[in-house]
Design a protein around this ligand. Structure first.
Ligand code: NAI
Ligand code: 13P
Length: 355
């Protein structure tokens, strides 16, 4: 057993639970993997019962992915160190605001040979006025390599077995093959690329654009206006990568992590849904997140804030009018009705990214 690859999933929200269905099934299907997959669950009480106990007896995460059976070899563990201690692959899938705390708990407690993969869409503020990629935070804190998996992957649809594609960004081709084995399914098709940073940045930035799409829906501005937000959003995503992650490839935007994720999130995602309600109800985003998402977390407004923190520090807000106005609308500095006006004039930009 000891020579088999052990996988641990860190996180058990909507996406964490959906991906556990695939990872759990693949762990039993391929002989190189240990059957048992530990899933770290942030413990909470539901109707007087521990969520971990509910998952381990009913094999259903009744709070974050109700109505779906997890494979019985996926074992819910409330102690993160115990869950991860012997793992060879650590799958990070928690809302991005919590990742640093989890890394701190794991420091020095994991196998030094372990590898990580982040499914987390978001950034963190870095010292000195910039932003950090989540995979870089994981690598820096835990001193292990970290790949990423990003794509047009609304969790409920993936859990229902509906077809989609995804992108794994991995610098080591041999290891990319192992990751493909543990994540790919008939309905979940994996492409592996080596453009890791751009893959991750796409996943984070599209959540900001989805808020803009939701504002347009809330304003009843029509499909053309929403399409304009998606197009301008894509251009700002490309510009962002071009400026801050030079050497990335334009082709990455045509993978699932790019255009496809942008489209699905702008139509079917939580960020879109809550942003529409924000415009229609006048309630705050935090209030609506609580009311509408049953404990699930929004990433877009935080990401908009993190990106704005960097753009402001670099005096570059005017190069990214869509990202900037979405942030300002989220924090109440700009009215949603001023959204169109704020994105009417787009800056010129000559790309240096190559296919
Ligand atoms: N849900 C989706 O359709 C997709 C989500 N993602 C990304 O995956 C990441 C995780 O998202 P989800 O699994 O959907 O999570 P979620 O949005 O369902 O969030 C709930 C999770 O947060 C945990 N949590 C709540 N409060 C906490 C606290 N104080 N400390 C630590 N953990 C706490 C809960 O235990 C639960 O596991 C995000 O970055 C998201 O953008 C990526 C693709 C699809
Ligand atoms: O990342 C997602 C789909 O790929 C989910 O987006 P939301 O967080 O907006 O639901």
């Amino acid at each position: 057993m000891a020579d088999k690859i052990q996988v641990c999933i860190i996180g058990s929200g909507n996406w964490g639970s959906a991906i556990a269905k695939i990872v759990g099934a693949n762990a039993t299907k391929f002989p190189e993997f240990d059957d048992r997959v530990n899933m770290y669950v942030y413990e909470e009480m539901i109707d007087g019962k521990k969520l971990t106990e509910i998952i381990n007896t009913t094999h259903e995460n009744i709070k974050y992915l109700p109505g779906h059976q997890l494979p019985p070899n996926v074992v819910a563990v409330p102690d993160i160190v115990q869950a991860a201690a012997t793992a060879d692959i650590l799958v990070f899938v928690v809302p991005h605001q919590f990742v640093k705390n989890f890394c701190a708990s794991l420091l020095g407690k994991i196998k030094p040979t372990a590898q990580a993969i982040s499914l987390i869409k978001g950034f963190d503020k870095a010292e000195g006025g910039g932003i950090d990629l989540i995979s870089h935070i994981i690598t820096r804190h835990l001193k292990i390599p970290c790949s990423v998996l990003m794509g047009a992957n609304l969790a409920n649809e993936v859990a229902e077995g509906k077809f989609c594609e995804t992108t794994i960004g991995c610098r080591d081709i041999k290891y990319g093959k192992v990751l493909k084995d543990i994540f790919q399914a008939d309905h979940f098709r994996v492409s592996v690329v080596d453009d890791v940073d751009a893959t991750e940045v796409c996943g984070a930035l599209k959540n900001i654009v989805a808020c803009g799409a939701g504002f347009m829906d809330g304003l009843n501005s029509g499909d053309n206006a929403k399409a304009a937000v998606i197009r301008i959003g894509l251009m700002e995503m490309i510009r962002f990568v071009d400026i801050f992650y030079p050497g990335s490839k334009l082709g990455t935007f045509f993978e699932s992590c790019g255009v496809a994720d942008l489209i699905t999130t702008c139509y079917g995602g939580r960020n879109r849904k809550v942003s529409e309600a924000f415009v229609k109800t006048g309630k705050s985003i935090a209030e609506l997140e609580k009311e509408m998402l049953g404990g699930q977390k929004l990433q877009g407004p935080f990401t908009a804030e993190e990106v704005n923190y960097m753009l402001k520090n670099k005096n570059m807000e005017d190069k990214f009018p869509l990202f900037t106005s979405i942030h300002k609308i989220c924090i109440g500095e700009l009215k949603a009705t001023q959204f169109v006006e704020s994105i009417r004039n787009q800056p010129d930009h000559v790309l240096s990214l190559k296919a």
